[in-house]
Design a binder for this molecule. Structure first.
Ligand SMILES: NC(=O)c1ccc[n+]([C@@H]2O[C@H](COP(=O)([O-])OP(=O)(O)OC[C@H]3O[C@@H](n4cnc5c(N)ncnc54)[C@H](O)[C@@H]3O)[C@@H](O)[C@H]2O)c1
Length: 359
């Protein structure tokens, strides 16, 4: 893989590696590239969870993985970032404030982490001559998936960015800032825009784990508006396999490029809720319609033809089986879920109580 031979793998600086996608990425990376080393740099906000990385940390039943280092730090803290990034080869920036609903209540936190934090990382990456910097952007930057004439269709990389939430706008700022470091300083940046992820270790404020958590406890499932807003779903491991291919591809094929990542599996909120209830054998009376989210995007969907054609990447998980496996994972990881719920923050409480109140 890439320019690294056995015994001399890359050291990968993974920001936000204690969150949902970042922790899955660490699993995929260390299982796929035994010679790699990882430095996870994470502030451990409400969304960060070291239990997601228990396999690599020292635990009562196993020692720490010598390839793994965890540093608690804020990506806006230039001194801490520089101290931790020194000696690393690649940077993958997952760290962000990520929940659209929270961004509507507190946009400033998103501008700070998602834009300023990315700036701090880019500056450090320039200083240390990082050989690949992957900026994890999102399909949210496109706003509604549509052609320039307004016809609804999956977004392509050259579409205009029309973010509708403060989260999406902050990510769009970081996305373009990262690109500018390629255009201006030739920092080897790649920008990825992935669709909605599902899978293990997702904080239960987001749609699928919230629905699963509430359904498991026989609480109501809150459905925004008419439930017809759709998203394009991808298993988190497929997102991570795409990232590995981008990291190990020859620079000429990927650097300075934007890649959509998606599995072309569109489902509405209502379809997701109904599928989860059916798989868990719970009644549809748990469905509860609530007022729509402000600025709610009707349709997100990405066309990932460019990634498929240029790098030969293909998603391996079909949505229906992937969702069933994910539901089983949350059911079978009751202790993980219990610990997450025990740390409840007000926002998560709200989402969960909403379900409880509306039974
Ligand atoms: N979840 C999705 O469906 C999805 C889809 C496309 C793109 N993305 C992007 O992928 C990335 C990861 O998303 P996720 O769903 O895993 O998020 P998450 O909320 O589960 O995790 C975010 C992580 O970043 C850390 N973090 C937050 N602020 C930080 C700071 N200032 N300094 C250091 N660490 C900080 C948190 O502690 C947490 O571990 C984000 O950049 C997000 O925009 C997510």
């Amino acid at each position: 893989m890439g320019q690294y031979s056995v015994g001399s793998g890359p050291t990968v600086f993974v920001t936000g590696g204690a969150g949902f996608i970042g922790s899955n990425f660490v699993h995929v990376l260390l299982h796929t590239m035994p010679d790699a080393r990882v430095v996870v740099f994470d502030a451990l906000t409400y969304a960060g969870n070291l239990e997601n990385l228990a396999e690599f940390n020292a635990m009562s039943d196993h020692p720490a993985d010598p390839r793994f280092t965890f540093v608690r730090g804020d990506i806006c803290d230039a001194t801490a970032v520089r101290a931790a990034m020194r000696g690393c080869d690649w940077v993958v920036n997952f760290a962000a404030e990520t929940h659209v609903d929270r961004s509507i209540v507190d946009p400033g936190a998103f501008v700070r982490t998602d834009v300023e934090g990315t700036y701090t990382l880019l500056e450090a990456a320039r200083e240390f001559a990082i050989s690949r910097f992957v900026q994890i952007s999102t399909d949210e930057v496109y706003g509604n998936a549509e052609a320039p004439d307004g016809t609804s269709r999956p977004s392509i990389e050259t579409d205009a960015l029309k973010p509708l939430s403060p989260y999406a706008a902050s990510k769009a700022g970081a996305d373009r800032l990262a690109f500018s470091y390629w255009a201006t300083y030739q920092l080897p940046v790649v920008v990825t825009r992935c669709s909605n992820n599902y899978g293990p270790y997702q904080y239960p404020e987001k749609q699928l784990p919230l629905f699963i958590t509430n359904a498991l406890a026989d609480r109501a499932i809150p459905i925004y508006g008419d439930g017809r807003n759709t998203r394009d779903w991808i298993h988190v491991e497929d997102h991570c396999s795409a990232l590995l291919q981008i990291l190990t591809a020859p620079a000429a094929e990927v650097v300075g490029e934007v890649f959509n990542i998606g599995a072309a599996e569109e489902r509405s909120i209502l379809e997701n809720a109904q599928t989860i209830l059916r798989i868990l054998g719970k009644p549809e009376s748990l469905l509860t319609f609530v007022p729509d989210r402000l600025g709610h995007v009707r349709r997100h969907a990405v066309d990932s033809t460019k990634l498929q054609q240029q790098l030969g990447w293909r998603p391996q998980h079909a949505y229906d089986t992937g969702l069933a496996e994910t539901i089983a994972w949350y059911r079978d990881h009751a202790v993980w879920l219990e610990h997450v719920l025990a740390r409840r923050d007000n926002f998560l409480d709200g989402a969960l109580q909403l379900g409880a109140k509306q039974q």
